[in-house]
Design a protein around this ligand. Structure first.
Ligand SMILES: C[S@@+](CC[C@H](N)C(=O)[O-])C[C@H]1O[C@@H](n2cnc3c(N)ncnc32)[C@H](O)[C@@H]1O
Length: 245
């Protein structure tokens, strides 16, 4: 049973399919902020100055906040096909259910950085409000791109210095090894290095895919597991890093 995550954006139709439906009614938008991205990915000052692509960014405020700091981030996600009004309406429809599930499973989270479910709700809604305010401008500036991995992205090889995936790859382990290999291969085509957080699956267990992914990419890349400064799901404090040699 999927009892232990904030039930964010489970746009996955079936447990064993690599196909996802992105009808609005299957989408549960839920997004994190820049402070959380910095902690999840151990982003240093010089990392923040890199040209960044962030995969499965959804309604996170990472892109918006970075753009306000004149930093360079392109976010890709299939939910960017929807309008601001549609996403806003869907957040309104689903937020109470997400919070109810989080409260019900509160023993599965570490309440130090975020101190309570009420605070979590405030942080998430504030991040998503910032995203919604920025969405139209960001789309027209090419910062939000409607795209579904593992399809080939519209970017040349090594356009970006850093590629991120927060709470998408590995978390959705049920999409299978082939899906993950294809997505990560595309990420590594366009970015010199990638970081993926967390390394848990939807049941909050260490992903079964992890060893195979490490084994696969270590032939051609430098692969590491790094402890980060972020732990909200218990034991979810590590990221996978893959860099060109
Ligand atoms: C749990 S949300 C995480 C949002 C954001 N990264 C954060 O941490 O706040 C997962 C996101 O992955 C996106 N996603 C799911 N399947 C995808 C795919 N095949 N390609 C790109 N993004 C996908 C979803 O639309 C959703 O916005």
């Amino acid at each position: 049973m999927e009892t232990t995550i904030e039930k964010d954006n489970n746009s996955v139709t079936t447990k064993d399919s690599s196909k996802m439906a992105f009808e609005l009614e299957n989408t549960v938008p839920w997004g994190r902020n820049l402070g959380e991205y910095k902690a999840m990915f151990n982003l240093t000052g010089s990392d923040l100055d890199k040209r960044i692509i962030s995969f499965g960014d959804g309604p996170a405020s990472f892109n918006c906040e970075m753009s306000q700091l004149n930093k360079s981030v392109v976010s890709i996600d299939p939910i960017y096909r929807f309008s601001t009004a549609e996403l806003k309406g869907r957040i309104e429809q689903t937020k109470d259910t997400v919070m109810e599930q989080t409260r019900k499973n509160s023993e599965n989270f570490v309440w130090t950085r975020i101190k309570s479910a009420d605070e979590l709700e405030t942080i998430r809604l504030s991040a998503m409000d910032s995203f919604l305010d920025d969405f139209e401008a960001g789309k027209s500036q090419g910062r939000y791109v409607n795209h579904q991995l593992p399809d080939r992205t519209p970017f040349d090889d090594l356009t970006f210095e850093l590629g991120l995936s927060s709470h998408f790859l590995i978390l959705y382990s049920q999409l299978g090894l082939d899906f993950h290999l294809a997505c990560m291969t595309e990420m590594l085509r366009v970015a010199k290095q990638i970081r993926i957080f967390p390394l848990l699956d939807l049941d909050a267990k260490r992903s079964e895919l992890l060893d195979s992914l490490v084994e696969h990419f270590r032939t051609d890349y430098r692969v590491g597991l790094e402890k980060t400064g972020y732990e909200f799901q218990k034991k979810g404090d590590q990221m996978l890093t893959i860099k060109r040699r």
